[in-house]
Design a protein around this ligand. Sequence first.
Ligand SMILES: C[S@@+](CC[C@H](N)C(=O)[O-])C[C@H]1O[C@@H](n2cnc3c(N)ncnc32)[C@H](O)[C@@H]1O
Length: 335
Amino acid sequence: MEPAVKVHKSDAQQVIKYLRDRDLVNDTFKIAQSGEDVIIPVLGDFSLSSSFPYDTIEYEFELRDAPPSSLQEALEALLPDFDPTNFPSSYDQIGHIAVIDIKDHNLPISNEIGNAIMSSNSTIQTVYRKSSKVQGLYRLRPLELIAGEDVPVTTVKEHGIRIRVDVRHTYFSPRLATEHHRVANSLADGVEVLDLFGSLAPFSLHITRRLNAKCDTVDINPAVIPLIEESVRLNQLKGSITPHCIDAMEFLDNSLTLYDAILMNHPSDSLPYLAKALDNLKADGFLYLYIFVPIDRYDTHISDLLRDYNIRINHIQIVRQSSPSEYHVCVEIRK
Ligand SMILES: C[S@@+](CC[C@H](N)C(=O)[O-])C[C@H]1O[C@@H](n2cnc3c(N)ncnc32)[C@H](O)[C@@H]1O
C-alpha cells in the first residue's frame, strides 16, 4: 500500500498540477481511477497543510511501465516489424529539440520515429526531420515537424555557456562546441576579435565568457541579432560583444580596427573574404580560416589553395568529418 490523494475526477487535473509543481507525485506508480474518483500516488514524506481539502489514503497501485532507455527500445515498442538495421540510431539534440535525418524508405513512419525519440528522452519536446540540405545565404536547414510542439527557439548549453538558438531561422550546429571551446582557450586576455560569419556568436560567447575580450560579431542574417542580445544577458561575460548585421565584405571595407584575431567560420564561402580580412589583422595577429577540403591529401590541398597569399600556416585543425570524403578544417594563419 502506498500513500495517495483521492479526488473527484472533475478536480483531478488541477490537483495533479498542484502536486507536480511541488514534486509530490510518485511517478513509480500509475495514477488510478475508482468510480468517480482519481487516486494519485504521492511521495512517502508527503505532508500537506490542513487546508488541503482532499482525502489522503493508502492504495495498492500498479507499477508504471519504465520508459524506454534508448531510441531503439522505443522503436521496438512502437513498431512491430522493427528491424534495427533499417532505422536511424542517432539525432542531434539542440536544447529541447531533436533534429533527425530520416531515410526515404522510413518517411511514412516519421511520426512514430519522432514519438520514439520523445518517449526515450524526456528532455525532448519537439522533433524535426531534416527535409533538405543546409542551403542559401543564411545557411539554414529546412525542417519538418514530425512530433511534439512546433517551438523552434530554445537555449543550448555549450561548456556551461547558454546560447539562444532558433533552429528554423538561424544557423547553429551542436557539433561545433569543441571547436568553439578550443579557439576560446587559444586566446589571451585583452584581445580584440572579429567573429566574421558569427551567426549566433557561439565563438564570441565562449571567448568573452573566459576572457576580458572585445568581440565584433558580423552576420548578414537579421534574425541572429535579438538572439545574441538574449544570450549576452543570460551569461556572465568578462568581455563585451557587439553584434553587426551587415555583409562581411562591407564590414571589412569600412572597419578601422586592426584585430588580434579574426575567425572566419563559413567553410563553404570564406575564401573570397580572406585577402580583405588579412588587411584588418594586426601584424602579429591570428586568422582562423574554416574551409571544407577533400580528406585525401588535405594538407597539400590547403597549401595549394593558399599558395598565392602572403601568409604562414601555423596549424591545421580537423574540426570534423563533414561528409564521407570531406573534412571541415580550421587553418590557423599568420601574416
Ligand atoms: C556556417 S554559419 C556560421 C557558423 C558560426 N560561426 C558557428 O560557429 O556556429 C555561416 C554564417 O555566415 C552568414 N553569412 C553568409 N554570407 C554572409 C556574408 N556575406 N556576410 C555576413 N554573413 C554571412 C550566414 O548567415 C551564417 O549565419
